[in-house]
Design a protein around this ligand. Sequence first.
Ligand SMILES: NC(=O)c1ccc[n+]([C@@H]2O[C@H](COP(=O)([O-])OP(=O)(O)OC[C@H]3O[C@@H](n4cnc5c(N)ncnc54)[C@H](O)[C@@H]3O)[C@@H](O)[C@H]2O)c1
Length: 264
Amino acid sequence: MRYADKVAMVTGGGDGIGRATALRLASEGAAVVVTDISPEAAHGTVAAVAAAGGRAAPSIGSVTNEADIAAAIATARGTFGRLDVLVNNVAFTNQPVLEGIEPAEWDREFEVTLRGAWLCARAALPHMVAQGGGAIVNIGSVNGLMYFGNPAYSAAKAGLLSLTRSIAVEYGPKGVRANMVSPGTIRTNAPSWTARLKRDPKVFEKLARWYPVGRVGRPTDIAAAVAFLAADEAAFVNGTNLVVDGGLTAGMPVMADELLAERE
Ligand SMILES: NC(=O)c1ccc[n+]([C@@H]2O[C@H](COP(=O)([O-])OP(=O)(O)OC[C@H]3O[C@@H](n4cnc5c(N)ncnc54)[C@H](O)[C@@H]3O)[C@@H](O)[C@H]2O)c1
């Protein structure tokens, strides 16, 4: 019960990694505000938390809209009395390669993925500082660390790591820590995965070959990392990026095979 008496807000908490994170934090005692642009998704997670014996409240809206963000924070403070943890989990991508991206499409991937996280942090930080501390966890991606396509989204995720560090340094002295979790492939209903699955029903099985642990990730793999970073036991962890990718970015086994073959 690392989160007894704590209140968390999870953006995009209606599905995938966000839902798993809301369920995990609630299972450890947190009251959770589930924000989502989809009312059905948000209410689904709130119902799942309640069914598991936890406390949660929905807040419907977009991370790109300041009034919606203010309403979510008001829900946290009004319903549960405070705000201790913010998980910035929403992102958007639709453009697989650089060629052909229109400026408005580039801006949209940045608006949702990076600006939205900044707006949420900007709104949450004064409350965290006023109550004596808090923790922010930004959900990054291996795309922010290496090339895997989707360049606008990837650049926005790299920017999110920089934002994480800025918050860590500027707000650390005020009691607020900020960290990032960078997932590898996680099997979710995200629109980009749904589209890839339609093209290739075996896509996750194929991608699993790239993962040293032999499988792609589950939303609960990421939720566990978030639950560690936002907890008080991580009090000395600030400004870091926890890569949760089954070893995907730990090395290049195909290249290593060639190197080793050459040596023999
Ligand atoms: N799934 C993966 O393979 C993977 C890999 C690396 C990083 N990530 C990151 O993890 C995070 C979650 O991904 P996921 O796969 O769980 O996504 P998902 O699509 O399963 O869930 C995202 C949720 O956010 C909501 N949402 C979308 N736009 C919103 C907006 N503007 N405002 C509020 N809510 C909004 C959706 O309705 C949905 O419920 C993202 O930041 C993503 O970049 C995912």
